[in-house]
Design a binder for this molecule. Structure first.
Ligand code: KIV
Ligand code: NA
Length: 269
């Protein structure tokens, strides 16, 4: 099947067709999601959380995320592969943003990059776009700015909606091909989807966006913080219980090993 490209996402919006994006960090899951028909794979800096066990995304480095990105590119035949630019790798200057984005295109072979941005970083987005690299902008709640935003909180409520609208307009103007919005009121996301030419992708942003994204370990039930006294964000829906499936399977393996049932005759030489 032909590769999904940025103009296809634009066309999905025009034709009123929704699309799905999932995170991926390794070749095998990327291959599974791609074969299942998922249109966009995001090599998120959420790798810091779900692959490395960090509490925040701030710690992951460019060199670390490049490894995951290259793996996802190797596994994806059809999906558009987008990589996050890690915290600190694009905020310093437009030149730094171009330098980092070029590394993801050249060394990992991704098809686009994602930058957490606002009107004040529009020049950085524009510089990357000018270098020939498609940029997905990420606004609303931006996890890399967690400490400035006062924790994981819904953004753009009440009078703050104007700021999100202004940021979105500036990022579209800067050339972003798509706007991802995280944890904003559904009504504000609907207004953004209607007012922008580019498609929006939501996470905790209601149902009016052209696309929806989730972290795969969350939506497949591998990440179940409730087991450790935590909780998943309200916007997560668990479509499977991978943690349960895996636990049962590895315990069966362990029992069969203990009982001498595995390996059986057919597994022997
Ligand atoms: O890093 C990530 O997984 C993301 C999505 C949650 C949007 O940025
Ligand atoms: Na991210």
């Amino acid at each position: 099947p032909a590769r999904i490209r940025t103009h296809h996402l634009q066309r999905f919006k025009q034709e009123g067709q929704r699309f799905a994006m999932l995170t991926a960090y390794d070749a095998m899951m990327a291959e599974v999601f791609d074969a299942a028909g998922i249109e966009v794979l995001l090599v998120g800096d959420s790798a810091a959380n779900v692959m490395q066990g960090s509490a925040s995304t701030l710690s992951i480095t460019v060199d670390e995320l490049l490894v995951y990105a290259k793996s996802v590119v190797n596994g994806a035949k059809r999906a558009l592969v987008v990589a996050d630019l890690p915290f600190g790798s694009y905020q310093v200057s437009p030149e730094q943003a171009v330098h980092t984005a070029v590394r993801f295109m050249k060394e990992a072979g991704v098809h686009a990059v994602k930058m957490e941005a606002h009107a004040g970083l529009a020049a950085h987005v524009e510089a990357v776009v000018d270098a020939g690299i498609p940029v997905m902008a990420h606004a609303g709640f931006t996890p890399q700015a967690e400490h400035q935003l006062g924790g994981f909180r819904v953004q753009g409520r009440g009078e703050h909606a104007q700021q999100v609208l202004a940021d979105a307009a500036a990022l579209e103007e800067a050339g972003a091909f798509c706007l991802l919005v995280e944890m904003i009121p559904a009504e504000l996301a609907a207004e953004l989807e209607a007012s922008l030419r580019v498609p929006t992708i939501g996470i905790g942003a209601g149902s009016a966006t052209t696309g929806q994204v989730l972290v795969w370990q969350d939506m497949l039930g591998l990440n179940q913080p409730a087991q450790q006294g935590g909780r998943l964000p309200r916007f997560v829906k668990q479509y499977a219980d991978l943690r349960g499936i895996i636990t049962e399977a590895v315990q069966s393996f362990q029992s069969e090993v203990r009982e001498g049932k595995f390996p059986a005759q057919e597994h022997m030489f």
